[in-house]
Design a protein around this ligand. Structure first.
Ligand SMILES: Cc1cc2nc3c(=O)[nH]c(=O)nc-3n(C[C@H](O)[C@H](O)[C@H](O)COP(=O)(O)OP(=O)(O)OC[C@H]3O[C@@H](n4cnc5c(N)ncnc54)[C@H](O)[C@@H]3O)c2cc1C
Length: 414
């Protein structure tokens, strides 16, 4: 095989974006994927490019919510008892990351990636001929009661101070944006600078298509074969073994399968999530993704239908699916949204790759010369894939990074 400068492992939105950024800078890149590009976690999300995100999802502190989750009655979260022994240290770290000073640390550390998210998507979508999937019409959060909206006030004050645009709306204002909703909620907040994709899996495929057009090589192979050979990184693929002086782990929830055997243990946990598509009822549809904030799920209009995505499920990544949240939330969802019959029998399941401080790792793998990391984008991997890919490519090519990479360094866990 011809000279390879970099092996990128994993062709989700994060790996595809990184590979594309590296190829655009003239490097010879091999992108190694065991399945079909864009069919991992990046396939089934809600499609929201959430440049507006300021604070991460905090550990719940309200006793009523904790009790509902513990009793497995919560609509927004579920858990498997079997995961608790391994999950507890992670949960404790997640709880600590919910302190106000740590929330602001996330907000300030992550702002450059979120601020640039839409522009970086637009650039890659344009280059890849995939602009048709982009909707620049924001997203909407609706609140079932005025009280639940008021509970977000202090967060909104911080968001306003940071200069992020949003518009609180009375019910009529939200209905004017989304006439398909039933008037069973009190009010909403519109986030005009967010955008969304009507087919996230197709976008990742378009990125890998453009990567190939630039001369990048897409190979089928198992990243777990990564090892050092003659001072380089080598991986086995269907086309034979490939080696390069540098490699990037962009395997999302599967990163530890490769890093663990190399001796690098970072505290990644998955928050699993599900989706189902529904036909719209009559001629009522949606124009953009909508969050039912009190019940904790999103409905997003997709090419495949109205996609209902669930909140977090704490379970072992490979444990059999348990999509019980649908039974809990569907009555409320059918009241609010124009959901007709379900299109699939079985829900799709994916795993959000999450560090306890909700930040990804982007940068060098400590102690493993020539190895780079780009994973752990939690609830925002679709949003942050392109901006993370740019940052990583700038670091790898010794260009001046467009933002300070220190908040994403893996060393924060060591
Ligand atoms: C229900 C749900 C809703 C979401 N909604 C949003 C949203 O609206 N907006 C947003 O920004 N984010 C959202 N997310 C989060 C987002 O989808 C993820 O953060 C993102 O997809 C992670 O991308 P990734 O490329 O890191 O991982 P993945 O897409 O999982 O890619 C990893 C790739 O590695 C490959 N791989 C794994 N093991 C191997 C191996 N051994 N060898 C070779 N290849 C391997 C996999 O096949 C896969 O293609 C949501 C997630 C879920 C679950």
């Amino acid at each position: 095989m011809a000279r390879t400068d970099v092996i990128v492992l994993g062709a989700g939105i994060v790996g595809a974006s990184a590979a594309l950024h590296l190829a655009k800078r003239g490097l010879a890149v091999a992108l190694v994927e065991r399945g079909v590009p864009g069919e991992g976690t990046s396939f089934g999300n809600a499609g929201i490019i959430e440049g507006n995100t300021f604070f991460p999802y905090p550990f719940p502190t309200d006793p009523a919510t904790i009790l509902r989750i513990a009793l497995k009655r919560a609509t927004e979260a579920n858990y498997h008892l079997s995961v608790l022994p391994t999950l507890l240290p992670w949960l404790l770290a997640y709880f600590r990351a919910g302190r106000p000073d740590r929330m602001f640390e996330f907000a300030h550390g992550m702002r450059p990636l979120f601020d640039s998210a839409l522009a970086e998507h637009e650039a890659l979508l344009r280059d890849s001929g995939a602009e048709k999937y982009l909707r620049r019409n924001g997203w909407l959060k609706v609140y079932r009661s005025q009280a639940s909206f008021e509970a977000t006030r202090s967060d909104l004050d911080a968001v306003a101070k940071a200069g992020i645009a949003f518009e609180p709306l009375p019910r009529e204002g939200a209905l004017a944006l989304e006439p398909g909703l039933a008037p069973v909620f009190a009010c909403g907040v519109y986030w005009p600078t967010a955008a969304s994709l009507s087919n996230p899996g197709a976008v990742t495929r378009a990125f890998t298509g453009h990567f190939s057009a630039l001369g990048g090589i897409l190979l089928k192979g198992d990243a777990r074969t990564l090892h050092r050979a003659d001072g380089r990184w080598r991986v086995d693929t269907d086309a034979g073994s490939v080696d390069a002086p540098q490699a990037v782990v962009a395997l999302g929830p599967w990163a530890a399968d490769v890093l663990g055997p190399l001796g690098l243990k970072l505290p990644l946990q998955v928050k699993r999530g599900y989706h189902l598509h529904f036909r719209p009822r009559g001629n009522r549809g949606l124009n953009r993704p909508v969050l039912d904030a009190d019940v904790g799920y999103v409905v997003a209009p997709m090419e495949q239908g109205l996609r209902l995505t669930t909140g977090a499920e704490f379970a072992h990544r490979d444990a059999p699916p348990t999509p019980v949240q649908f039974d809990r939330l569907l009555p409320a969802a059918r009241d609010l949204f124009p959901l007709g019959e379900a299109i699939e029998q079985t829900p799709w399941m994916g795993s959000r790759p999450c560090f306890p401080d909700s930040r990804p790792v982007i940068g060098r793998a400590p102690g493993l010369s020539g190895l780079w990391l780009d994973y752990g984008h939690a609830h925002w991997g679709l949003t942050l894939g392109p901006s993370s890919g740019r940052l990583l490519a700038e670091m790898m090519t010794d260009a001046t990074p467009f933002c300070d990479p220190r908040p994403y360094a893996a060393e924060r866990f060591l």
